[in-house]
Design a protein around this ligand. Sequence first.
Ligand SMILES: [Zn+2]
Length: 72
Amino acid sequence: MRHNRSHRGNVRSHHGLSDVRFSACPDCGKKHLPHTVCENCGKYRTRPVLDVHSKITKREKKAKDKAKAEAR
Ligand SMILES: [Zn+2]
């Protein structure tokens, strides 16, 4: 249905995006999206969910392998 100019503005006044909100992690204090796992420590509301440490060791291993490959 066609609106006149003022009605169009009225409708669009409600189309603005709100700011992204973050909540602080109770474990490490880093900000993360609410209702999501903390990327820093891998915990959801103090409950460990992600295995962050194995990921880090995996990454270190990968970096070591790369360094080895470059040394050859
Ligand atoms: Zn955390």
